[in-house]
Design a protein around this ligand. Structure first.
Ligand code: ACO
Length: 479
């Protein structure tokens, strides 16, 4: 829809409704209308919930109503899961009831050529000043409202990444990932056919949302590309916007066209446009979530000096290579700082950058090295690497690193990589839980840090203030 006649308030209500009606609620556990009620209840939603079903049968112990009109109290949000042909009338009733926003789960509209049916929804929404998400969506999850109005997984790991997706199945699958990899999300938004609400609206909302630290968008094509890019440009000044844009190749573009009817457009044009708008384009899902994890757990880099601390020369070299290739600034340490590091390592260690504590690095040298790096204002970001050895315990090394950071107060970016077996996995999980993002190979840690530097440089180029610590950085990230 081109003219924006609705205010943002409809979107705010959609994310934080005081009451929800599920139209098409069912007693049958195999139906989507059952799952929606079940997920809203299991998720711990604290507002009022009204199932709507033509028989008026109770659903999961809740009294249901034969239509939204029968609901005694006010309703902020309708979640509609009835067959497509009934949706326009249901939406009309919602408008008459004064409902501000609707999630239309039902499929069977534009995506199968039913353009007129979809247009009726848009007209009704305009008439009543309602905002609609969808149709053809799996729903909306928003952690601050404890609202899981989806037919995806019932449990989602809460955090600060807002995930916005044009692919429904991918969104549902990612809800599982949040638990498996403990990647916390503030929101999962299924975009569907975008009859009214588009990515730009959602991005504008998240850019102002204090519960969201970074936005991750999976898009196949934009309905209004200029609007989306404008929103990316504004939002990127406030928080990182990570984009996963598929349809990069001829085969991908043709698949996107048959999946969501999107015109993938020239990939090179998208690429350049994203870059100009400060959006960070990831090449795959794992990378996108790697980046978002760092950006929601750690502050941005303070200056153009990244320090690598390692117990293995080889991984140190690999990380240094990855840094130089991806624009993470690595410089040799000043003499005085080298001397301080030398005290924390055997004589055969290396105090340049990477600082190689050697395979004999125990908890204390890791903790003290991290503290030293955090204390010195000339260092702007830190990569801590650990290769599993038989004489050290990965879990206690992880604890020492996290304790070292907490003792000093983490005001600069710290990223870690633990390379080894199952104990390393356990150690990385513990680090993640303490807000210290960890990755199983150094290159993934570097890639996330490089993306953070790119974002920081964009902001500085656009005149945004540099981040500072209580001890004030000596030099800043150069734009
Ligand atoms: N008001 C209230 N309730 C109604 C109305 C109405 N006007 N009309 C029907 N209902 C009730 C039905 O009686 C039924 O309840 P019951 O089980 O107690 O009888 C319930 O609503 C559901 O209606 P059904 O006709 O049984 O429809 P069904 O549940 O099979 O399908 C649905 C409805 C889910 C909306 C389906 O039409 C649909 O669109 N499915 C696709 C959803 C989807 O995939 N969305 C995209 C997700 S993204 C992705 O790719 C994963």
């Amino acid at each position: 829809m081109s003219d924006r006649v609705f205010s943002m308030s409809g979107l705010e209500v959609m994310f934080s409704p005081r009451s929800i009606a599920v139209v098409g609620a069912s007693k049958n556990p195999k139906k989507i209308g059952y799952e929606l009620v079940s997920n809203i209840l299991t998720g711990g939603y604290e507002g009022k919930l009204y199932p709507v079903n033509p028989e008026g049968a109770d659903v999961m112990g809740l009294k249901s109503y034969t239509s939204v009109r029968q609901i005694p109290g006010e309703v902020d949000l309708a979640v509609i899961a009835v067959p497509a042909a009934y949706v326009p009338d249901v939406l009309m009733e919602c408008g008459e009831k004064g409902i501000k926003a609707a999630l239309i789960i039902s499929s069977g509209f534009r995506e199968v050529g039913n353009l007129d049916l979809e247009e009726r929804l848009v007209q009704t929404a305009r008439k009543y000043g309602m905002r609609i998400l969808g149709p053809n969506i799996f729903g909306l999850y928003y952690a601050p409202s404890k609202m899981n109005a989806t037919f995806g997984l019932s449990r989602v790991f809460p955090g600060r990444i807002a995930f916005v997706t044009q692919s429904g199945a991918l969104g549902i699958a990612m809800m599982g990932w949040t638990n498996l990899y403990r990647i916390g999300v503030s929101a999962v938004v299924s975009m569907g056919n975008k009859a009214d609400i588009e990515e730009a609206d959602v991005l504008d909302f998240f850019s102002e949302d204090r519960n969201t630290g970074a936005v991750l968008m999976y898009i196949e094509g934009a309905k209004d590309g200029r609007r989306l890019l404008d929103s990316m440009r504004r939002s990127s000044l406030k928080k990182p916007v990570i984009v996963l844009k598929s349809g990069r190749t001829g085969a991908g573009a043709s698949a996107a066209s048959s999946h969501t009817g999107s015109l993938a457009g020239s990939d090179a044009v998208y690429d350049a446009a994203f870059r100009q708008c400060g959006a960070l384009r990831a090449s795959d899902l794992a990378q996108a979530f790697d980046w978002a994890k760092l950006m929601t757990l750690q502050p941005p880099p303070l200056n153009d000096n990244c320090l690598i601390i390692t117990n293995g020369g080889g991984v140190g070299v690999m990380a240094a290579d990855a840094c130089e290739e991806s624009g993470v600034p690595i410089r040799q340490l000043p003499e005085d700082l080298q001397l301080e590091f030398k005290r924390l390592m055997p004589v055969f260690g290396n105090s340049k950058n990477p600082v190689d504590l050697t395979g004999q690095a125990y908890e204390e040298s890791y903790a003290k090295s991290v503290e030293l790096a955090l204390k010195d204002p000339r260092i702007g970001s830190v990569i801590v690497l650990y290769c599993q050895t038989a004489i050290t315990d990965p879990v206690s090394i992880a604890k020492a690193i996290a304790d070292g950071c907490e003792a000093h107060g983490c005001e600069k970016t710290v990223v870690t990589s633990f390379i080894g077996g199952t104990q390393c996995n356990e150690a990385m999980q513990k680090l993640d839980e303490r807000g210290m993002p960890s990755y199983p190979i150094p290159e993934r840690a570097v890639s996330a840090l490089a993306a953070y530097y790119r974002w920081q440089r964009y902001r500085l180029k656009k005149g945004q203030p540099s981040p500072t610590t209580s001890s004030q950085a000596a030099s800043q990230v150069s734009p």
